[in-house]
Design a protein around this ligand. Structure first.
Ligand code: GLA
Length: 388
């Protein structure tokens, strides 16, 4: 079996040689940006709430060389494709759509007054695409870090995350919250981050000892996600307006229960998820501090039920994967992770039960859905940084 650092080095070697082939010179430096998984706190970030993600040992790797003009050329090694644009005239494209993330970041950097010149880039990734592990946010952070390093931009980790979020919101056109860009920018190895999405401060959280983090990709591509995501955001904004607060973060569990009757049924369900989920994140961090992995796992399970029934962003495939995990001994908690409508589940499994999990959960899922899942036993790794 290839170790995670062995796999990363293989990708790096491949990216380096692809760079040389595409541009006929050596890159100046290589960098890596990880994907992410969210342990708990789903659809809370754009409500100014709390999330608890970690970066995972799956990476976007980029080889970089400065140019003296304003051209950016990108070799997408995995797609065997090349795209180029001019920094003085950056447009969104409908072909090579993968390059819109790099374009968006270059556009935002200049819009916010950062002085940059051109770059040659080669990119490859083992973050599964379209699976809810933030492969696109990893590209954004890799691009921002490439420009930052090449042109010595003064950017701290939070500002870097905010710029990338703006690239996604204003250039790509997805109204995502800050979670994905933040964790990829600032993650630390062996830790999750409790992020306060209002203050943009974080605290480190140690993952439970004696447990493994397993990600199961349903391989159900995430349909509907963009339109439904934006609809959920609007429903939350409506709830906050009726309750007279800036964001649902400002509604306590007690206030919600006292005032729920003022909301129509759909808004009530959406708000209930967000208010309770924020509380679950805080309770989950307390469980980690108390080394109570069982309590942490129960909160993960409750989060899934709430996303399924109140927020209505799960799907048959995610439910089937979670139910297979719940039925497996030694599984402390299992839930969908990310925006929903397909993608992945995250599972907290006692180390001694990992083999049993791998033997039973994918097989049961396959019987139920006819889909062959991908399963990753993951480590929490550090955020974007230089390689080598
Ligand atoms: C996507 C978005 C995040 C967050 C999650 C749901 O990953 O990019 O900002 O809202 O969905 O928690």
């Amino acid at each position: 079996m290839t170790t995670d650092s062995g796999r990363l080095m293989q990708i790096a070697d491949n990216v380096r040689s692809s760079f040389v082939k595409a541009f006929e010179c050596e890159p100046e430096f290589l960098l890596a940006a990880p994907g992410r998984v969210n342990l708990i706190g789903e659809h809370t970030d754009y409500n100014d709430g709390f999330v608890l993600p970690a970066a995972i040992d799956r990476h976007v790797v980029m080889a970089v060389r400065r140019r003296s003009d304003h051209h950016v050329r990108i070799s997408a090694v995995d797609f065997d494709d090349l795209s180029a644009f001019d920094l003085d005239n950056i447009e969104r494209v409908n072909h090579a759509t993968w390059s819109n993330y790099e374009r968006g970041v270059a556009w935002v950097l200049q819009d916010e007054g950062y002085a940059i010149s051109g770059l040659d880039l080669a990119v490859s990734s083992d973050v599964p695409i379209g699976s809810g592990l933030s492969s696109s946010a990893a590209i954004e952070l890799a691009t921002a870090f490439a420009f930052q390093t090449a042109y010595q931009l003064e950017l701290d980790g939070v500002k870097r995350a905010l710029l990338c979020q703006r690239a996604e919101n204003d250039f790509v056109g997805m109204r995502c919250g800050i979670m994905d860009q933040y964790i990829i920018s600032l993650a630390e190895a062996e830790r999750a981050l409790l992020i306060d999405c209002r203050s943009l401060q974080y605290e480190l959280a140690r993952l439970p000892e004696g447990c493994s983090m397993i990600i199961c990709d349903t391989r159900k591509k995430r349909g509907l996600v963009d339109s439904e995501y934006n609809t959920r955001r609007e429903e939350c904004e409506r709830g906050a307006a009726i309750l007279g607060v800036k964001a649902l973060r400002d509604v306590s569990v007690e206030t919600f229960e006292a005032r729920a009757v003022e909301l129509d049924e759909v808004t009530r369900k959406r708000c209930r998820h967000v208010v309770m989920e924020d509380q679950r994140v805080l309770d989950a961090v307390k469980a980690l501090e108390d080394s109570d992995a069982a309590a942490f796992g129960k909160l993960m399970n409750a989060s899934h039920v709430s996303l399924r029934d109140d927020y209505e962003v799960s799907c048959a495939e995610l439910d089937a994967m979670v139910e297979a995990a719940w039925a497996c001994e030694g599984v402390l908690g299992a839930r969908m992770t990310g925006a929903g409508f397909g993608g992945c589940t995250v599972n907290l499994v006692c180390d001694g039960a990992v083999d049993a999990f791998l033997a039973s959960v994918p097989a049961q899922y396959q019987v139920k859905t006819g889909l062959t899942p991908n399963v990753y036993v993951c480590r929490a790794v550090q955020g974007v940084g230089l390689l080598g």
